[in-house]
Design a protein around this ligand. Structure first.
Ligand SMILES: CC(C)(COP(=O)(O)OP(=O)(O)OC[C@H]1O[C@@H](n2cnc3c(N)ncnc32)[C@H](O)[C@@H]1OP(=O)(O)O)[C@@H](O)C(=O)NCCC(=O)NCCS
Length: 176
């Protein structure tokens, strides 16, 4: 039987080079079929290149990261940031679970569950009354997962990639 054990770790800066291609792979597995190839590649370059948006967040002290490791490899990660989504009247000091991304082979394995528990506990420890996230309206699996963890839809926003403008939803969990 395959070994499905994993552990969570707070990644040191040295993990970034390993994390970037895994993050790109998860994003590609989940969403590349929706987009025109060149626009998708350009977006990935902006986000996942060594000097891209993800690297900048990695050295941002306001952003907390957690990675899931199995057999010595990164299989998922989560990232907690100050609120960036355009939520209406959020509680002060709200936080956002900006990404919770797990490799497809590890869906349903408990990795996402552990990362979510880390995010909720960390947000509470940081004194946040509300935890937000955004989700593509057609991402049914993610929406089921977030519902199970007590999030509910409270608004909407858009996600632009190339020519395509997607309808994203803003979800919130009250922590107080
Ligand atoms: C979203 C994600 C973190 C959830 O983790 P997971 O391990 O897949 O989640 P789980 O298996 O614990 O739960 C998924 C739920 O969706 C349900 N589900 C599975 N496939 C589904 C489908 N095709 N349509 C609708 N629901 C589905 C499961 O039955 C489960 O429902 P339940 O909570 O009511 O039991 C993970 O799928 C992932 O990383 N996806 C790719 C990246 C992504 O989309 N991230 C979120 C961006 S907002």
């Amino acid at each position: 039987m395959a070994d499905t054990s994993f552990s969570l770790a707070s990644p040191a800066l040295s993990v970034l080079n390993t994390l970037l291609p895994v993050a790109r792979r998860i994003f590609t597995e989940a969403f590349s079929h929706l987009y025109e190839r060149e626009a998708f590649a350009a977006f990935c370059q902006q986000v996942y290149a060594c000097d891209g948006a993800m690297s900048r967040d990695f050295s941002n002290p306001e952003v907390d990261w957690k990675v899931a490791i199995a057999n010595g490899e990164v299989v998922g990660y989560a990232k907690l940031t100050p609120l960036r989504a355009p939520a209406v009247r959020p509680a002060p000091d709200s936080l956002e679970l900006q990404q919770i991304y797990v490799l497809a082979d590890w869906h349903g394995s408990g990795v996402a569950q552990a990362l979510m528990e880390w995010a909720i506990t960390t947000a509470r420890d940081r004194g946040a009354e509300e935890l937000y996230l955004t989700v593509f309206d057609h991402n049914q699996r993610a929406k089921r997962f977030y519902t199970r963890h007590g999030f509910e839809e409270v608004g909407h926003c858009t996600f632009v990639l190339g020519e395509r403008v997607d309808d994203d939803r803003i979800w919130r969990k009250r922590l107080a």
